[in-house]
Design a protein around this ligand. Sequence first.
Ligand code: AMP
Length: 359
Amino acid sequence: MFPLSPGSTIGILGGGQLGRMLALAAARLGFDVAILEPEADAPATRVSAHVVQTAYDDPEGLKALAELADVITFEFENVPAAAVAQLAVLGVPVAPGARALAVAQDRVEEKTFLNDAHAPTVRFAPANSEAEAFAAVATIGLPALMKTRREGYDGKGQIWVEQLADAGPAFVSLGRVPVVVEARADFVRELSIIAARGRTGEIEVYPLAENHHSGGILRRSLAPASVSDALAAQAEQIAHRVLTALDYVGVIGIELFELADGRLLVNEFAPRVHNTGHWTQDGCQVDQFEQHIRAVAGWPLGPTNPLARVEMLNLLGDEVETWLKLAGEPDTRLHLYGKREIKPGRKMGHVNRISPLRG
Ligand code: AMP
């Protein structure tokens, strides 16, 4: 069945901005898109041929999506595992697969997997009770970062522990759910690498992006990041190891800490297109969204070499109200998600500011 012919239908679980940009890329290659999304009027549903509006784990909704779609992918990693299992029973291919999803959904599974794949992380220890949290912080050392094992995003569900006595209260304040205690990474920079693996195992890697967060939310990415050849090679090796070990199909976003001694540690990976890869829309011939569609459809992967230097800025909350000014700025490409409601900190759009490549 692969490569899928133009005119085939790509199913996407999730109807947010990533789904929207995937759907637009799919449409350009001649595909139809079917979105499964619980909320009415979500960004991706307004640019897609078919919409199934149910919960992600609604058996009828999944059946309807499976009937429409030739292949199914997702735009966020917290798709219930049971939903992916049901799609497998229905016989429709899902990419990236259930394993990538399961590993990415649990920070302990993820870090264990990464270390097994020789993609190094900070030291970590799991904890399921106040007593275990205390013991884990004692083992890892201070300061330590306590994170919920599941469902954390944009810096939510995590708390710094500065003193041993704070370990128990931190566990309680996170809701008494299973956590991971991480050693602090003394990073000099946060970087990320966006990479893709196709159905025949070929891998393409974009240049590294340098990322700046505030309050746990990505504000700004610069790409290609200025890095040594050795650092780029290290990141590419990590991407190859992760993609191969997961037998992955699609685009992945891997967040990295650059340490003062030049080593890279993996913070986490997202089994999907990634906010730090939005720069590729205006910096590469084939962006991460088209690359993901190509991979899941079994098409050849596109080139990832940079054509421009890009500064990507997220438009959070009411920052989006500057759209008219931004639209008038030269060398600024505006990407708006069509969200109806502005909320503080909500990702409403982004801009890519383009300049010539150095050197
Ligand atoms: P995460 O939710 O894991 O992506 O973490 C959000 C942000 O918290 C990261 O982008 C880092 O800036 C910071 N962070 C996460 N883990 C660590 C760590 N072990 N040491 C230092 N900073 C961290």
